[in-house]
Design a protein around this ligand. Structure first.
Ligand code: PEP
Length: 253
């Protein structure tokens, strides 16, 4: 029997929004969702807006997340941000291993694994991204790729495996307007849950939320979120406008 879990919808604002624009967007989202508790909502603005957005949503049902962090606690790592610095700004979540960072910033399963462990140690919930490219899907390597990413990025977590969130984001669907069909997404989500079960047992697998990401829009959100193994979404483009993000959140209820 499926255990009840609150769905989670996170907005990944990527490298968008000035401070002023971020404040406006956060305030608009809060205005529309202040009393909405059916879905857990997370906003992930760029580092430069974390403090200001955090102040706007403090003491509300909406939580704050970052888009990346380093695994070290501090030191000579120019341009990086530590887990403690994110906690200091009241972040609850951190996106790790996003495909854009894997493609453009040299992130590997090994560095993602270090970050996941550092996030958990700092009491941050990692949203760990996995997903295949179009070429890998066409070569029918989706399962192999996702298997490698899940097992290596999440290696050695022990009981902490139950504390993470996974986001399945097929790279070919990110920012392209091309969404996985609910069946395609469900198939991979069920596989990810199977892998989590093999690593941590059935109870852990059932507890972990597996989000879908990749061109989620108000028009396709409800159908995706209705799939048995889709526990919410990681939203890029459609999270940059309050109206579409709020509609997606409501679609998850
Ligand atoms: C993302 O980058 O996490 C994402 C899902 O982007 P989009 O919704 O724009 O495809």
């Amino acid at each position: 029997m499926k255990k009840f879990k609150k769905k989670l919808v996170a907005g990944n604002w990527k490298m968008n929004k000035t401070l002023a624009d971020a404040q406006v967007l956060a305030a608009e989202i809060l205005r529309d969702l202040a009393d909405f508790t059916e879905v857990e909502v997370v906003l992930c603005p760029p580092f430069t807006a974390l403090k200001a957005v955090g102040e706007i949503i403090s003491n509300s049902v909406i939580k704050l997340g970052a888009q990346n962090m380093h695994w070290e606690a501090g030191g000579a790592f120019t341009g990086e941000v530590s887990p403690g610095m994110l906690r200091d700004l009241y972040c609850h979540y951190v996106i790790l291993g996003h495909s854009e960072r894997r493609a453009h910033c040299g992130e590997t399963d090994e560095t993602v694994n270090r970050k996941v462990k550092a996030a958990l140690a700092a009491n941050l919930t990692p949203i760990v991204c996995v997903g295949e490219t179009l070429a890998q899907r066409e070569e029918e390597r989706t399962r192999d790729v996702v298997h490698g990413q899940v097992t290596q990025s999440l290696a050695g977590l022990g009981d902490d495996l139950a504390r993470i969130v996974v986001a399945y984001e097929p790279v070919w669907a990110i920012g392209t307007g091309r969404t996985a069909t609910p069946e395609q997404a469900q198939e991979v989500h069920a596989f990810v849950r199977e892998l989590l079960g093999a690593a941590g047992g059935a109870e852990t697998a059932a507890a972990v939320r597996i989000l879908y990401g990749g061109s989620v829009k108000p028009a396709n959100a409800a159908e995706l979120f209705a799939q048995p193994d889709i526990d919410g979404g990681l939203i890029g483009g459609a999270s940059l406008e309050a109206r579409s993000f709020v509609e997606i959140v409501r679609g998850a209820a």
